[in-house]
Design a protein around this ligand. Structure first.
Ligand code: TA6
Length: 303
């Protein structure tokens, strides 16, 4: 009898790398890519090209994933690194469209897995198709390169392949794992203006580092600077470098909002801080036909 190759077999045959890249399929059909390098481990879902885990050497995980994260088709995960694209937050004119766009909930195509010295490189692509064009009527190509090693590098490239100009909002909505959010200090945003979502998007000004002792949901504007999370409990700093990003979003729901959300896990809000390299609000990006935009970040740990 002829054997019909499953998606898992096809991906494994083409893209697995012995000792470094292994594919797995959960009972609900979702496929994940498990990566191991000399100094790091990483896990990425094919749905949303969503990174759910990255850890290095003897360090606690750098990326936070909720204990109550729900892995299901077409549903975004609470934690990890969701890709918000082609809009950030609520859609400007149509509330029926998904928050943060659709890139985080559709299946991406795998283009490449390779070894680059001690790092593993994974390249994903997302091309406009009938499903995406029903929500966003533009011809576009997205390419997402993930470089896994002692640092994590993410490179999200948007190309306008159509005939008309388009505008994108985007964010790498990274949930960082912290020992106790009320004790960390976030620097890099001093003297920036921000929109405070908790107070109806009121425009405010930041002085000094950001500390978290209540719900924080802010879009810092016109900032291309790197950020650092200083975590005394884990005795480390997480350094967030970025290029092609002019907003930084900082989010922690704090207790009450977390309880309403229902998928943050018990007291999970204490162990996460989202610092998102973004182009949002007045920093959205316009692309002429044929033009390309690159959003790049690198996360590293200093002890
Ligand atoms: O980036 C901050 C934010 O937009 C918050 O307003 C908060 O709701 C969060 O993202 C999570 O959004 P989600 O759609 O994943 O529930």
């Amino acid at each position: 009898m002829e054997h019909k190759m499953s998606e898992l077999e096809a991906l494994s045959n083409k893209f697995s790398i012995a000792g470094h890249v292994v594919f797995e399929q959960a009972d609900n059909g979702l496929i994940s890519i498990n990566v191991k390098t000399a100094h790091a481990t990483c896990c990425i879902q094919l749905q949303g090209a969503h990174i759910t885990h990255w850890a290095i050497d003897n360090q606690p995980d750098v990326i936070w994933l909720s204990d109550d994260a729900v892995f299901a088709k077409a549903r975004s995960l609470r934690g990890g690194i969701p890709i918000c694209w082609p809009w950030f937050g609520a859609h400007v004119s149509d509330a029926s469209l998904p928050a943060h766009g659709f890139a985080r909930t559709v299946n991406w195509q795998l283009k490449e897995t390779s070894l680059a010295g001690e790092k593993v490189k994974i390249v994903f692509a997302l091309q406009a198709n009938k499903t995406t064009e029903a929500m966003w009527p533009y011809a576009s190509e997205l390419e997402y390169t993930v470089m896994i090693g002692q640092t994590l590098e993410l490179d999200l490239r948007t190309r306008n392949t159509g005939q008309s100009a388009m505008t994108i909002g985007e964010a790498l909505h990274t949930y960082f794992n912290v020992s106790d959010v009320s004790k960390v200090t976030l620097s890099g945003l001093d003297d920036c203006d921000y929109l405070d979502k908790v107070e109806g998007f009121k425009r405010k000004h930041q002085t000094g580092p950001v500390m978290i002792d209540q719900e924080v949901d802010r879009v810092y504007l016109d900032t291309a600077d790197d950020c650092v999370i200083e975590d005394p409990g884990y005795q480390r700093r997480i350094v967030i470098k970025k290029q092609g990003s002019h907003s930084t979003v900082v989010w922690n729901p704090w207790r009450e909002t977390a309880e309403k959300m229902g998928d943050l896990g018990k007291d999970g809000y204490l162990n996460m801080l989202c610092v998102e390299s973004a182009n949002a609000a007045e920093n959205v990006v316009s692309l002429a036909p044929g033009e390309q935009h690159r959003l790049w970040v690198e996360y590293s740990i200093l002890t």
